[in-house]
Ligand binder design. Structure first.
Ligand SMILES: [Zn+2]
Length: 604
């Protein structure tokens, strides 16, 4: 006999007050007193968020009579013993505009399951039905519902009844409701949908065409999972914003509306490239972290932190393939791809924390470090996204070189997918290392010890050189210089101070003082408010031009407020470090180098 499904119902109770009402009917509650629990975190975003804090009121009833509900801990409640079907009724505040939260106002509704759906503890394997109720207001009459959750009786994009196999699946389908622009396309014959919220004049036809190319590229690499019978991109386009969160059959994305192409636009500019890279990233996750997970995530324990040293594999390797898929599907040129890669190299080179924290430690400590950045983060930590993607690149190029193209990161990821993904077993902590060692026929222990568990510099210059790509370094040209391009000729560079000045509530504040920099040596501290350099007012906008009046070796007196006390720090300015990267395709290379480069960039 199959277990009775849990019946959830969500109502847009008071959009002006950002309140959802969620009702949950449990047919056979635990006779000892049913426990309900709300997740503390959402898969894909490794920080304790305690979603239960948004519960405004919660009660239980059976047969129209109140059943006592006791709060057990920060995220759980227990109902009094009850043999009758039990209904839990909660009001949940939703005013968090991001991909991992829930948001309800008079213009739309969006929610992630972990924010709004309590779990029936002990019965998480039961099927779940979800009734999404239409709002009463006539102004919402043209609202549509887009989610990857399977419809039970709801019509396409309609309110009504949806279903999921169990609780884990229920909370893996975010739902977007509102006046949405919807595009549909196929990739390898599988129906895909993109729903855009926010006022845009985007060229939906072009977006669908380009996304289809990206999705098919990833399917060529990894092969479509058997249960991938649909996929949905839920996009919110804002004035400014960027972010994504992956799910098994969908992803939630935020971009700036100007990132999207308008009718008549041709070519892929930087902004559209960033958008395509984001979609590509989240799509690759449908294999890498959604179906193939670290072993410790099978299943997820959403009550507390789950530690793994492997996040760099799931985020770093995904970050490697996101932009690589754009050049492999010929949406962008090789030069454009190398520009994105050089920007990533620049970010890593500007992070001194890469000498303090290994990428395995960065993964393990995501909960308290990567997701809880402070003024010292860049001096003490390194991102498993950026450095992880460069380790993936290093491993790919090294394998290609040593096996003469027979063994690549592509073949390693396919093998991992078959071994740890399709089987559902999850990847053990040394899973990638063992598969890569076995397929390449080399013991890669030294590689992983140096670059994954250690903090050695990656041999990228040498490896890229063997693929006909020249890695060049130069000093930064100022605060907007993110790398990727050669120096502008004839430009005078400011000497190096080694501190980042930003505008904070109208004041010029040093947000970061870089380790081992002139600013640190002079005693400037993060959070100091900058007042003047040698008596002249300094701001984030003018600091570069002020400093251009000095040479390396010159002294400058920098006045700052620390709290309300005025201090003067004497800085001896230095030559700027060559921490800004650009990459060049070498024109005249041997045929073997050319072939190697083409195989890498085309994925053939
Ligand atoms: Zn990711």
């Amino acid at each position: 006999m199959s277990a009775t499904p849990h019946h959830y119902c969500i109502r847009l109770k008071n959009p002006g007050a950002h309140l959802f009402e969620v009702r949950l009917l449990v047919a056979r509650p635990d006779p000892a007193g049913q426990v309900f629990s709300i997740p503390a975190w959402i898969p894909g975003s490794y920080m304790i968020r305690d979603y239960a804090r948004h519960v405004v009121s919660i009660r239980a009833e059976a047969d129209d009579l109140e059943v006592e509900l006791t709060k057990v801990d920060k995220s759980s409640w227990q109902a009094a013993a009850c043999a009758l079907p039990l209904t839990l009724i909660a009001e949940i505040y939703a005013h968090e505009q991001n991909v991992r939260g829930a948001h309800l106002d008079t213009t739309h509704a969006y929610f992630n399951g972990p924010c709004v759906f309590p779990a029936v503890v002990g019965q998480e394997d039961h099927a779940c039905e979800l009734d999404i109720q239409a709002p009463e207001k006539s102004s919402a009459s043209d609202w549509r519902v887009v989610t990857s959750m399977r419809a039970k009786s709801a019509s396409k994009y309609g309110f009504g009844s949806y279903e999921a196999e169990n609780y884990a699946e229920l909370i893996d389908h975010p739902v977007q409701i509102g006046d949405l622009a919807i595009g549909e396309f196929e990739a390898n014959g599988i129906p895909h949908t993109i729903a855009i919220r926010g006022r845009t004049r985007a060229d939906m036809g072009r977006i669908c065409h380009d996304l289809s190319a990206v999705c098919e590229q990833h399917m060529r690499l990894m092969s479509a999972p058997e249960d991938l019978d649909r996929y949905v991109f839920l996009l919110t386009a804002l004035g400014e914003g960027y972010g994504g969160l992956e799910h098994r059959w969908s992803s939630s994305l935020i971009c700036a509306r100007d990132d999207l192409p308008k009718k008549g636009d041709t070519g892929v500019d930087k902004r559209y490239r960033k958008f395509l890279g984001l979609c590509s990233h989240e799509y690759f996750h449908l294999w890498n972290v959604k179906r193939m997970k670290p072993e410790v995530f099978t299943p997820y324990d959403l009550r507390k932190e789950s530690y793994t040293g492997l996040l760099w594999v799931f985020e770093g390797v995904t970050s490697y393939y996101d932009n690589l898929a754009l050049v492999r599907s010929e949406l962008i040129t090789a030069d454009s791809y190398l520009e994105t890669l050089a920007k990533t190299i620049t970010r890593v080179l500007r992070t001194r924390g890469r000498f303090k924290q290994s990428i395995e430690e960065s993964s393990f400590d995501a909960w308290t470090k990567l997701y809880k950045q402070d003024a010292n983060s860049s001096n003490a930590t390194i991102s498993y996204y950026t450095k992880g993607s460069l380790i993936a690149l290093t491993l790919d190029l090294m394998l290609r070189l040593e096996s003469n193209g027979k063994c690549t990161l592509d073949t390693v990821m396919r093998e991992c997918w078959q071994q740890f993904g399709e089987t559902g077993s999850g990847m053990p902590e040394r899973g990638l290392e063992s598969v890569a060692s076995r397929l390449s026929g080399t013991d890669l222990g030294d590689f992983f010890t140096r670059y994954v568990r250690g903090t050695h510099e990656l041999p990228l210059e040498q490896l890229l050189g063997k693929f006909g790509v020249k890695l060049c370094l130069r000093p930064s040209e100022g605060r907007r210089d993110m790398g990727g391009k050669a120096a502008k000729p004839g430009r005078k560079l400011p000497p190096w101070l080694g501190a980042t000045l930003v505008n904070r509530n109208g004041s010029a504040v040093f947000s970061v003082v870089h380790a081992d920099s002139p600013a640190e040596r002079a005693g400037i501290a993060a959070a100091d408010e900058a007042v003047a350099i040698d008596g002249l007012k300094v701001t984030p906008r003018n600091i570069d031009s002020r400093l251009k009046g000095y040479h390396a070796g010159d002294k400058a007196r920098i006045s700052v407020f620390r709290g309300d006390e005025l201090l003067t720090c004497t800085v001896r300015l230095e030559e700027p470090p060559a921490d800004t990267c650009y990459l060049e395709l070498v024109a005249d290379v041997d045929k073997s180098v050319e072939q190697r480069r083409t195989a890498w960039l085309s994925g053939a």
